[in-house]
Design a protein around this ligand. Structure first.
Ligand SMILES: NC(=O)c1ccc[n+]([C@@H]2O[C@H](COP(=O)([O-])OP(=O)(O)OC[C@H]3O[C@@H](n4cnc5c(N)ncnc54)[C@H](O)[C@@H]3O)[C@@H](O)[C@H]2O)c1
Ligand SMILES: OC[C@H](O)C(O)[C@@H](O)CO
Length: 384
């Protein structure tokens, strides 16, 4: 049961946020659980809604709670829930599809037109005390994965989906345009999938310096030259021969999308994940004569959260390295400012019922950890 406050971080309108105590949500079906939010990361989209009030046709027309990168602890379970119990620590998948349309039934629920996604207007987000959600969209964290890592499963699942769209296989070369959280995670996932050369590209040197200790094997600082020249430099920097097997755009920037089509090899794959300008100039002839396979990538779908958790549990991706700090709930606006100013890669906001100033995650249960290690030794599995 909920025993704390349901203080929420609400965006009223552009550059106008406030803390509001809202009623604790009620379970709407027997298949839902109530989760006390422990930690929430800030996504670029949260900051964009705060500073611009809209992303594309999603417009903030009424006050909306921000946040969708969260992990928490189950405090109540509906009568039909068999997979979770009170006390379980979970990563929240924050978008709820209709489960009935052709996309949902065809296995692509992330493309559901009826998707109710947290902190995408008109739906409230997870920077709140308690969150009611379908149990099957709450993923139990293995004892070896902390709640702070749990809050990073959402952006990692974005990276997993992108690299799956790219169909990266062992031994391939991958170029990732952009070294923000999404690009960094794409590079790390590509390495975990067996890519042997992963080139991170950005316009900010300090982001590239970080990338080399995270997922990338090579880094390239994009220059103010033509896209063809930047592509040639990328190819030379990592000795990619005729070009990269896969190029992922995680920047949304027009010059980087153009360079992508010149950096990919003949017959290679290009995935567009960055979301910048709606309309850009695209090097259509390079795309055509190389017979490039091009795919989009949107959020995450079947199996992406599960794999993201596996990658963290197995020690393949150390998401903690992305976290620059943890702030108490009442410092949420400062945290948003730090992200807006580019001072941090990721900053976590503790839930309103976490101890004031909580900066250290102590939620790993030692007994459960030993139990899991024994199970892992017996089965080779890393999952809960
Ligand atoms: N497809 C999806 O489901 C999905 C999900 C989350 C985010 N996104 C999008 O993915 C992109 C990355 O997200 P993020 O949170 O990492 O954002 P971010 O803004 O932190 O990262 C973008 C990076 O691109 C770099 N960049 C800008 N111009 C560049 C250029 N010409 N060449 C190379 N790099 C350049 C920036 O310096 C920055 O580091 C954004 O466009 C975001 O909207 C997409
Ligand atoms: O991680 C998923 C993305 O941040 C969301 O799609 C965002 O744009 C909100 O709608």
């Amino acid at each position: 049961m909920a025993t704390g406050s349901n203080l929420s971080f609400v965006l009223n309108k552009v550059n106008d946020v406030e803390f509001k105590d809202k009623p604790v949500p009620k379970l709407k079906t027997p298949h839902e659980v109530l989760v006390a939010i422990n930690y929430t990361g800030i996504c670029g989209s949260d900051v964009h809604y705060w500073t611009h009030g809209a992303i594309g046709h999603f417009v903030v027309k009424a006050p909306m709670v921000l946040g969708h990168e969260s992990a928490g602890t189950v405090v109540e379970v509906g009568s039909g829930v068999t997979t979770l119990k009170v006390g379980d620590r979970v990563a929240l998948e924050p978008g709820y599809p209709c489960r009935r349309c052709a996309n949902c039934l065809g296995g692509h629920y992330n493309l559901c037109p009826e998707m109710a996604f947290a902190a995408t207007p008109p739906y409230d987000g997870t920077l709140t005390g308690y969150w009611a959600a379908p149990a099957d969209f709450c993923y139990k964290l293995p004892p070896t994965v902390s709640l702070q890592e749990g809050a990073l499963i959402e952006p990692l699942a974005v990276g997993v989906h992108i690299v799956r769209q790219a169909q990266v296989t062992p031994g391939q070369s991958v170029v990732v345009m952009g070294a923000g959280p999404v690009g960094l995670l794409c590079a790390a996932v590509a390495r975990a999938f067996g890519a042997t050369k992963v080139v991170q590209v950005d316009i900010v040197q300090k982001k590239l310096d970080f990338s080399l200790g995270f997922g990338a094997t090579h880094a390239y600082l994009s220059q103010r030259v033509s896209p063809e020249e930047n592509a040639a430099n990328i190819i030379a920097a990592a000795d990619l021969g005729g070009g990269a097997d896969v190029v992922i755009d995680a920047s949304g920037a027009e010059p980087s999308i153009q360079a992508s089509l010149h950096a990919v090899r003949i017959g290679g794959t290009f995935v567009q994940a960055g979301m910048g300008k709606d309309i850009i100039n695209f090097p259509i002839v390079a795309f055509c004569v190389k017979e490039v396979t091009a795919r989009g990538s949107f959020r995450y779908g079947s199996g992406d959260y599960k794999l993201a958790i596996e990658l963290v549990a197995a020690g393949k991706i150390d998401v903690k390295k992305l976290v620059d700090g943890v702030v108490p709930f009442n410092k949420a606006e400062d945290a948003f400012t730090k992200v807006k100013e580019g001072q941090v890669i990721k900053i976590l906001i503790a839930g309103p019922n976490e101890k004031e100033g909580a900066t250290i995650d102590t939620k790993v249960d030692e007994a459960k950890l030993k139990e899991a290690e024994a199970a892992k030794a017996a089965t080779g599995s890393t999952c809960c």
